[in-house]
Ligand binder design. Structure first.
Ligand code: ADP
Ligand code: MG
Length: 226
């Protein structure tokens, strides 16, 4: 089953086309990695896929509900960790508070943050804040989870703990779309990779096909990381 289909998506800002006829599908249980230079349209693609942004042409369809994890965590600063996780399931999904609380506590335990339930975001490290925002996204029980550079705001030593959590979700067969600059991680966690350039899908395929491609553009891009 396809959980996400984008067909012929186009998007312009101020007359400049930043997504040029993007089509892709994500199947249930699949991890799609999206790589490419800064400004190539990766965030816009995710924002159109999750309908945070309108698009000018094309179609997006889902086979389920979506969750999104941002680069800058976007936690509510005046809410405790627990309340950050419980707020949307209770307020948006109208679910039972006691049940949501129990699930939130389980998610915190899974993220290794059981003792931080009553802390406020400012009392946490960046890595801890990002784990809370992953727990918050999971609390909505999404069928597909989108990550936009989940580690790029973190100090290098905190990146690993986030990548580990995402790897674990992949092992549990969570369907995910992950924009990342962590090339080794993208290669190992993804079932399929898209390389974006200037608003196009310049290359796509299995991790082996993309990373071992003789395509000059991808080799030039990958060369920046080695
Ligand atoms: P990436 O995530 O790959 O770095 P983005 O999707 O953020 O790329 O940006 C793609 C292009 O669209 C860039 O040229 C960027 O400046 C432009 N862009 C993105 N969002 C907006 C916006 N809200 N208004 C105007 N231009 C935008
Ligand atoms: Mg971006």
């Amino acid at each position: 089953m396809n959980l996400l289909e984008m067909r012929h998506i186009r998007k312009s800002f101020d007359g400049v086309e930043v997504l040029k006829d993007i089509s892709l599908t994500v199947k249930e249980g699949e991890v799609l990695g999206i790589i490419g230079p800064s400004g190539s349209g990766k965030s816009t693609l995710l924002r159109c896929a999750t309908k945070l942004e309108t698009y000018d042409a094309g179609e997006v369809t889902y086979g389920g509900s979506v969750g999104l994890v941002f680069q800058n965590f976007n936690l509510f600063p005046h809410f405790s960790v627990l309340k950050n996780i419980m707020d949307a399931p209770i307020r948006v999904q109208k679910r039972n508070r006691a049940e949501v609380k129990q699930e939130a506590e389980e998610l915190l335990e899974k993220m290794g943050l059981k003792d931080k339930a009553n802390a406020y975001p400012c009392q946490l490290s960046g890595g801890q804040q990002q784990r809370v925002s992953i727990a918050r996204a999971l609390a909505m029980k999404p069928d597909i989870l989108f990550f936009d550079e989940p580690t790029s705001a973190l100090d290098p030593e905190l990146t690993g703990e986030i990548l580990k959590v995402i790897r674990q979700l992949a092992q549990e067969k969570m369907t995910m779309v992950i924009v990342t600059h962590e090339m080794d991680f993208a290669k190992h966690v993804s079932d399929h990779i898209i390389f974006m350039e200037e608003g196009y899908i310049a290359l796509e395929g299995s991790p082996e096909e993309v990373f071992e491609s003789s395509n000059a553009r991808i080799q030039e891009f990958l060369g920046r990381f080695s």
